[in-house]
Ligand binder design. Structure first.
Ligand code: F6R
Length: 592
């Protein structure tokens, strides 16, 4: 979603550096961008709609500015236009702001500003921040920022410039913000991916804290204005792993990385005992497990709940984070809540984590971004080790989530005194892309049909859900994912000659039932593509069988989703859409 850069340098020409780093945040999704540079007590502001290169055209990279802030906006309050694009200035031109998040009491605060004879010039909630900062000129700026943040409800990462200072004021609540410093420069960013080139260490601004940063100092305060010490984190390979290499799109690169990532993940879990704190004592009083996430991560939760119930025989349920908080969740010290998130910043998941902690639950985070808020806030972190994921469609992180969940469910099984169900190292001997070149033909079939369905039972139903989400989000093709057994209860009425139905079948014990669903579809004129790694009776009337590699059925879901990830990618490219940045979506959803 929105991205923030703040930059101070000992040498002039900061616009080039700022734009270079703002581009590294493009993957998060945005619809406009803007920059504010400061010199001789005056702001120089440029904004543009669409890609950052439009903003770049409006700038002279040989500028003599040493200080600036910039933003990529993903519209929430107010249309996509220049007026609403950040940075926003106060009416008296003393303050400039860029802001990520949503100020929930913005209408109330707008009324307050009106009473102070300040009217807003944009439709954004963000503009109220510099306007509030411009009131009450007689107090210290850091105290003023504290007072203003106390007035705000909602979430924010704020970066502010005052016209008379070569310094940046920052604050955050539920939206990340990081600081890096070397002897020549200081950078603020909403994503440490921007620190890879120039910095060895960075700092995460703690939640509900604020700071003043300049070229020498980083002074952090809590909401009582007490100084806070923050610890540096090393800029690691994760921040540096976002190169596109030989691939045309990140989506293709990331699907192709899956085997390497799973190998690395298994090696990492062999070498580091990530489960050491999940011991008999930890699970002693656990009566039930909740797995909580959004979108693709929610599908991984759903799969994980099935793994845990089957392997560890502990009651486990998946919950959609945005629903969980409003469902009167019955959780307490005897509940283990596991939060799944690629980014580790998804607002609904983060807020669910806070609620679970408040209610006394034990918490585990399964996240990809190691420095993320969800990782920091959880009792135990199980890393996904998938490297940076740039494409909006989450692929490699999903497969990594399934592997970690399988390792966890087997670990819980062991703690319950039972022998391993499956040897997970079997994953090292499979061909993840067996028959993947056949996906092209299937893409043509998808494009020829008006109605697309994905069906399956048990774990295969979860794969059907994920397959449907992938197809929808990057090809904009409407489709339905449904448990095979539910077809007859309504949805079968939609099936006709214009229908293409993917039947996913990876469990021998459920094959006959899946094939009978296929027959019901054939009888209504629908076309069937069976996606399986089982031996199928040759007299079955199936239009197309896509076979992926054989593996123990409890691990099949890690493989069976790959042809669907590739199918969505190839269909998207054939349709001429952007696979990395689908319309209306953002990589990291940091607002509710
Ligand atoms: C789908 C997709 C989204 C995310 C969801 C959660 O491809 O990317 O559905 O899975 O927004 O994001 P994270 O995993 O970052 O919490």
């Amino acid at each position: 979603m929105c991205g923030i850069i703040g930059y101070l340098s000992t040498s002039p020409g900061v616009s080039k550096k700022i734009i270079h780093n703002l581009k590294k945040l493009e993957y998060r999704g945005y619809d406009s961008s803007g920059i504010c540079l400061l010199k001789n007590d005056k702001f120089f502001v440029k904004k543009s709609i669409g890609e950052i290169k439009n903003l770049q055209k409006k700038l002279n990279f040989n500028d003599d500015y040493t200080c600036g802030i910039a933003h990529t906006r993903w519209a929430t309050h107010g249309k996509v236009n220049l007026k609403n694009t950040h940075p926003h200035l106060s009416q008296d031109k003393t303050w400039a702001v860029v802001h990520n998040g949503i100020i929930e009491n913005f209408l109330e605060l707008t009324e307050y500003l009106k009473s102070q004879n300040i009217s807003l010039s944009s439709e954004t909630d963000s503009e109220i921040i510099p306007q509030l900062m411009s009131i009450n000129k007689n107090i210290d700026n850091i105290e003023k920022l504290r007072n203003v943040t106390c007035m705000l409800r909602g979430s924010y990462a704020i970066c502010l410039l005052h016209k008379n200072e070569q310094a940046i004021y920052i604050a955050r609540r539920h939206s990340p913000l990081y600081i890096a410093q070397n002897k020549n420069s200081t950078m603020i960013s909403s994503d440490p991916v921007t620190f890879g080139e120039d910095y060895e260490y960075y700092y995460a601004l703690p939640d509900d804290c604020l700071a003043k940063v300049d070229l020498k100092d980083i002074s952090v305060y809590d909401s009582n204005l007490k100084k806070v010490n923050i610890k540096p984190c090393e800029v690691g390979s994760f921040e540096k792993s976002a190169e596109l290499g030989k691939y045309p799109y990140y989506a293709e690169k990331e699907i192709n990385e899956i085997p390497k990532i799973i190998d690395g993940l298994m090696l990492n879990y062999n070498n580091v005992d990530h489960f050491k704190n999940i011991d008999k004592e930890f699970i002693k009083n656990i009566k039930k497990i909740k797995l909580i996430g959004c979108g693709t991560a929610y599908h991984a939760c759903f799969m994980g709940a099935k793994f845990i119930q089957k392997d560890a025989e502990i009651e486990a349920h998946a919950e959609i984070a945005s629903e969980f908080r409003y469902s009167n969740p019955l959780i307490d010290q005897e509940t283990l809540c596991i939060f799944l998130s690629q980014s580790g910043e998804t607002a609904d998941t983060l807020l669910s984590l806070e609620l679970a902690k408040k209610m006394g639950a034990k918490t585990i985070a399964i996240v990809n971004v190691p420095y993320s808020s969800i990782a920091r806030e959880s009792d135990i972190v199980l890393p996904l080790c998938a490297g940076m994921e740039i494409a909006v469609m989450s692929t490699k992180a999903y497969n990594a989530m399934l592997v970690v969940l399988k390792l966890l469910s087997e670990h819980l099984r062991k703690l319950n005194g039972k022998p391993m169900n499956v040897d997970i190292s079997e994953l090292q001997n499979v061909d993840y892309f067996k028959n993947i070149d056949k996906i092209d033909e299937i893409t043509d079939l998808v494009l020829k049909h008006e109605k697309i369905f994905f069906i399956g039972r048990a774990e295969d139903y979860v794969t059907a859900l994920e397959a449907g989400l992938k197809l929808k989000e990057i090809t904009y093709i409407n489709c339905i994912s449904i448990p095979s057994g539910e077809l007859k209860h309504g949805t079968l009425s939609l099936v006709d000659m214009k229908s293409l139905v993917f039947v996913i079948a990876t469990d021998q014990t459920l094959l006959a039932k899946n094939l009978s669903s296929a027959s019901e579809i054939k009888a209504r004129g629908g076309k069937i593509i069976l996606v399986t790694n089982l031996d199928v009776p040759c007299d079955m009337d199936i239009d197309y069988i896509y076979k992926f590699d054989k593996i123990d059925s409890s691990l099949s879901s890690i493989l069976s989703v790959i042809p669907f990830q590739m199918l969505s990618y190839k269909t998207c490219v054939k349709l001429g859409y952007s696979p990395d940045k689908p319309r209306n979506l953002a990589k990291s959803v940091t607002v509710e």
